[in-house]
Write a protein that binds this ligand. Sequence first.
Ligand code: HEC
Length: 258
Amino acid sequence: MARPHSTLLVVAGLAAASVSAQAAIPESLVPPQQTWSFDGPLGRFDQGSLQRGFMVYDRICSTCHGMKSLTYNDLRGIGMTQQAITDLAHSKMIAGPPDVTGQPTMRPGLPDDHFRSPFPSDAAAAAVMGGVAPPDQSRLAAIQPHGADWLYAFLTGYKMPPPAGAPMVPGKLYNDWVDGHLIGMPPPLMNGMIQYPDGTPATVEQQARDVTTFLVWASDPHRNERHRIGVSTVLYLLFLLGLAIAWKLKTWKRAKAQ
Ligand code: HEC
């Protein structure tokens, strides 16, 4: 008898935990809902947006934020060719083994290397960044309660100058979507700061949308594949169901005929 009770307790506990996780965000920080191609059980990442989003990450965000969970080879998942991946990895200088005199060395990256982190440690990053280290972006979209919607709102939510009456602290900027409205990250996006090879106009909103798509993909790189397998499995089960019904009808027809 203990078993159903403990299962119930676990379920109740999980429900309570998820409710309190949601409740932890003040109403004013719940971002407006956006439409994303990857939403829902049939959602798929838009490859064009993923590639543009990686460009934003690579050119802008990666100067301050690491993304340790991905290797350059993982970029095959956003449609990059092996040659482009090898060239990209090669263009990054990564810490190598110490030389014979014990001095640190650098070497060009290889496709199997994890994304290069911009700082050797969080402490080094914090020292340069006014006391707060930029968080690693591997799971950023997954750990935020409203992941994609919040990231988009946050990246487009800086106000300069801040609204009248807003708190002001030197070295901090005003953003509608962070607790306390102050953040140590300068606004990373500007209209036209990069040029997309596919000709999409690089507005702040477009860059925010693309880099958000890339960050959601990075925190769950196998979503497209999983959804594809899910759909084929359901189709296969429907096919089996059809066979079972046909078989049942046939058997009963024969039974009734006798
Ligand atoms: C100049 C360095 C710099 C660049 C470039 C930069 N960031 Fe940051 N970022 C930071 C720092 C520093 C923090 C921590 C700030 C704090 O907590 O006050 C941060 C924090 C964040 C946070 C967490 C905010 C929170 O409240 O949890 C997100 C999300 C983020 N950055 C996304 C991005 C994205 C996406 C890009 C690229 C478009 C980017 N950053 C580019 C320095 C940078």
